[in-house]
Structure formats: structure tokens, C-alpha cells
Design a protein around this ligand. Structure first.
Ligand code: ADP
Length: 239
């Protein structure tokens, strides 16, 4: 059974449809890249997948035991978030907030999970540093560790390499591939980088007001839209 099924979904703001006729599934272990030009509805879809925005039409069905509050989310970075005045450890630990419910304190299991994720992402030595003093790449690792604290099943990453230099970008993609392959966590990534998407992802969803393409990355590479540079929107190229 799919972790998420979108059935005939349309989403919009104040009666104005932004993206329509979405029919696709995400299964355990998938690596789905959502691509499309600016304004094509990628972030809007992400909000609906997280349950933060109601759909206008159709249904988003969660299966295989996945609850929408158990998706690990790495949002697009805003300037305010970049300045967040907390330690790296506190930022990572806050990934457990959803599962903490009404408990007032973090448990030792929460703290263990945060330490494990810091170790996994190679940032244990940064734990006590202030988050806002980190480099862009270190910040993204901390936020990825935070997202991993929130899930055992699915990561949702909204343009996670924006603003990173090519080497850090390549390292970040490698990390995502490793997490996906070694732990089987499904990855859903909004990306402008179609070259890397086709190389790394198992599936591609290409949006442009509607669903231009959904299928495997291999099928996408052979499709008219996947082969036509004019129709692509890649901005960052692999180092
Ligand atoms: P993308 O992530 O592909 O760049 P978005 O999902 O952010 O696209 O936006 C899709 C469309 O929805 C755009 O035309 C944008 O202006 C509009 N939009 C996004 N957020 C809002 C909002 N909160 N209220 C009204 N319109 C919005």
C-alpha cells in the first residue's frame, strides 16, 4: 500500500486553483523529486501533503501506517529561520515536538534520538554551537537531522540546496541518497535541479498548473518533457 495517494487533487487559494488534477502515489523507499517552474504549485502541494492546507478537490490518502504529523519536514529557508537563536542540539531535538504531544519535557528517548541524528549527519561536534553561527551547509545538515528526528518513514524537503555552493550541494545530495538507500526512508524533494533529480530520484513529478508528468526517473529521462531542455527548469548543475 502507498504511504501517500493523491486522487484527483486540486489545490488553490481563495477559490483560485493553483494546481489541479494530481494523481500519484508515494511508496515506502521511493525518492520522489517534484520539479517545475517557479509558481507551478510545488510548495502549495507540499503544504497539503503535510496536512497544513486543505485541498479544493479530491483526496490525499495516508497509508501503510503513515500519519501526516510523522513526516520529517525541511522547509524552505527564510532569513528569520537562518537567525534562529538556539543551539544546534536544541534545533535537532525540536524535531521531536510533534511526537511529544502534551508531555511538558523531552524524554531520554527523545534526547537519544537527537544525539543519534547528530552523529549520523556528522555534526555531533557542532551540538553546542549556536545555530545562527553555522555555515549554510551545516545549517541544512542540522535541519535534516531535525527532520529525521520527526520520522522513521518519510522526509519532505523543500528546495534544500538553495544558496549552497556546488560542493556542499553535491555532499548534501549524497547524504540524502545514503539515507534513502540505507534506511529505506521515502524522500520527497522539491527541486529546481532536474539533472540531479533524474540521476538520484526513483520517481519524478513535474508540475505546471497541472501534472505534466508522473512516473519513474528513467521514463522521465526518455519522455518528451524530460528530454526537451526548453521545458526543463534546471538552475543548479551538479558539481
Ligand atoms: P512554487 O513552489 O512552485 O514556486 P507555490 O506553490 O509557492 O509555487 O505558488 C503557486 C502559486 O500560488 C503562485 O502563483 C503563488 O503566487 C500562489 N500562492 C502561493 N502562496 C499563496 C498564498 N498564501 N496566498 C495566495 N496565493 C499564493
Amino acid at each position: 500500500m502507498a504511504l501517500i495517494r493523491c486522487v484527483d487533487v486540486s489545490i488553490g487559494y481563495e477559490g483560485q486553483t493553483v494546481v489541479r488534477d494530481l494523481d500519484f502515489s508515494i511508496c515506502a523507499g521511493d525518492y520522489l523529486c517534484i520539479v517545475g517552474e517557479n509558481g507551478s504549485g510545488k510548495s502549495t502541494l507540499v503544504k497539503s501533503l503535510l496536512g497544513l492546507k486543505n485541498v479544493e478537490k479530491g483526496r490525499i490518502i495516508y497509508g501503510d501506517g503513515l500519519k501526516k504529523n510523522e513526516i520529517g519536514y525541511l522547509p524552505q529557508q527564510t532569513d528569520t529561520q537562518k537567525d534562529f537563536p538556539a543551539s544546534v542540539y536544541e534545533v535537532v531535538l525540536s524535531g521531536r515536538l510533534n511526537s511529544r504531544g502534551i508531555r511538558p519535557f523531552y524524554t531520554s528517548a527523545d534526547k537519544r534520538a537527537a544525539e543519534e541524528k547528530l552523529e549520523l549527519l556528522g555534526i555531533r561536534d557542532l551540538a553546542k554551537q549556536c545555530y545562527r553561527d553555522l555555515s549554510g551547509g551545516q545549517k541544512q545538515r542540522a535541519l535534516l537531522a531535525r527532520a529525521l528526528c520527526a520520522t522513521k518513514t518519510m522526509l519532505l524537503l523543500d528546495e534544500p540546496v538553495t544558496g549552497l555552493d556546488p560542493i556542499v550541494t553535491a555532499e548534501f545530495y549524497q547524504l540524502i541518497r545514503r539515507i534513502n538507500r540505507e534506511s529505506g526512508i521515502a524522500v520527497v524533494m522539491v527541486s529546481h535541479d532536474i539533472e540531479s533529480a533524474v540521476e538520484d530520484a526513483s520517481h519524478i513529478l513535474h508540475l505546471q498548473e497541472k501534472m505534466l508528468f508522473f512516473g519513474t526517473a528513467e521514463e522521465y529521462g526518455k519522455s518528451r518533457i524530460g528530454r526537451t531542455p526548453r521545458l526543463r527548469c534546471g538552475k543548479i548543475r551538479r558539481a
